[in-house]
Design a protein around this ligand. Sequence first.
Ligand SMILES: Nc1c(NC[C@H](O)[C@H](O)[C@H](O)CO)[nH]c(=O)[nH]c1=O
Ligand SMILES: CC(=O)[C@@H](O)COP(=O)(O)O
Length: 170
Amino acid sequence: MATAHKNLSTYQKEEIPNAKDFKFGVVVSEWNPTITQNLFQGAFDAFIENGALKENIVRWNVPGSFELVYAAKKMRESFDMLDAIVVVGVVIQGETKHFDFVCQGVTQGVMDLNINGDIPVIFCVLTDNHIQQSIDRSGGKHGNKGTEAAIAAIKMAQLKKDAKFYGFEN
Ligand SMILES: Nc1c(NC[C@H](O)[C@H](O)[C@H](O)CO)[nH]c(=O)[nH]c1=O
Ligand SMILES: CC(=O)[C@@H](O)COP(=O)(O)O
């Protein structure tokens, strides 16, 4: 289903784990800052709405989406008590292939962090053809992808916690 047929901000609160004991990191790109601020706000509000404490949400900024991976890696090393990290960025198609390389780099980088690390890293990077698509997905007519990312972070934090108890003890 495409985003156009789904509101990114819609979720059933009773189906979401309570986040009061979880700690979250959010790394925010400064490219297209109005959009990334709206995405951050959507994520922050959803964390609070689902029980997280504001002192348990740490935010770092980076210059652009390409830097999100390094910052998420350093954040993971600095705060090993985090339950999930969200990376927030907006990449908008320009005249050259730069778009493809930035998108490829950040996407593969986040995948690598998830494969190689123990803290889930949630992908909240818009990869849009034009600014209107970004506006529509950051609190506009399709809702807010920041909200969706925060809900994913809460669910993955819960999965990480539950996974500890499924292991066999020898
Ligand atoms: N064009 C966009 C960028 N470009 C900047 C890179 O992300 C990076 O900061 C630079 O290449 C230095 O390493 N970043 C975005 O987040 N969005 C864009 O549309
Ligand atoms: C995503 C980009 O890097 C892009 O916005 C840069 O634009 P251009 O390809 O016109 O240099």
